[in-house]
Design a protein around this ligand. Structure first.
Ligand code: HEC
Length: 131
C-alpha cells in the first residue's frame, strides 16, 4: 500500500509538473495572439470617432478653451482658432496637436484640457478635418 500511494503521489506530481510546463507557453502565446485583436479594436474605436466634425464638436471645444486668447481680435502668438479654416490650418501644421498634449508647455496655458477634449481634436485631425 505504501508503495502504491508513493507511486500515485509521484505520478500525480509528474502530471502536475507536466501540465504546468504545458500551461506556461500557452499563457505566453495567448497575449501575443490577443494583442493584435485588441489593437484592431482600438483602430475600430478611432474609426468610429473619426466622424468628429468641426461644427459638431471641435468649434465648441476651441471656443470654450482657446478663442479667448486665440480669437479674432489680438490673437496671442498671431494664432486665431475661431474659424474652421484657421483651426484646421493650425492643427494641420502640428502646433495645436503638440501643444494640447504637452504637459510641460500646455495649451491652454493653465493646464491641459480633459483627455476627452484632447482626443476629440486628435480624432478630428486623423479623420481628415470634417467640417
Ligand atoms: C490664456 C490665454 C491662452 C489660452 C486660453 C490658450 N492659449 Fe495658446 N497661446 C497663448 C500664448 C500667450 C501663446 C504664445 C506663447 C506660447 O507659445 O506659449 C500661445 C501659443 C499657442 C500655440 C503656439 C503658436 C505658435 O505659433 O508657436 C498654439 C498652437 C496654441 N497656443 C494653441 C492653443 C490652443 C489649441 C488652445 C486651446 C486648447 C490655446 N492655445 C489656449 C495663450 C493662450
Amino acid at each position: 500500500m505504501k508503495f502504491l500511494s508513493t507511486l500515485t503521489f509521484l505520478l500525480l506530481f509528474i502530471f502536475v509538473a507536466c501540465s504546468e510546463g504545458d500551461l506556461t507557453p500557452q499563457q505566453n502565446t495567448t497575449p501575443t495572439t490577443t494583442n493584435p485583436t485588441s489593437s484592431n479594436d482600438d483602430n475600430d474605436d478611432s474609426d468610429n470617432t473619426n466622424t468628429v466634425t468641426y461644427s459638431g464638436t471641435v468649434a465648441g471645444i476651441l471656443s470654450s478653451n482657446c478663442t479667448g486668447c486665440h480669437g479674432a481680435t489680438n490673437p496671442r502668438a498671431g494664432l486665431s482658432l475661431h474659424t474652421f479654416a484657421t483651426a484646421k490650418q493650425a492643427t494641420e501644421n502640428g502646433n495645436v496637436l503638440s501643444r494640447i498634449r504637452d504637459a510641460n508647455n500646455p495649451m491652454p496655458q493653465g493646464g491641459l484640457m480633459s483627455q476627452e477634449n484632447i482626443q476629440a481634436i486628435v480624432d478630428w485631425a486623423e479623420g481628415g478635418f470634417n467640417e
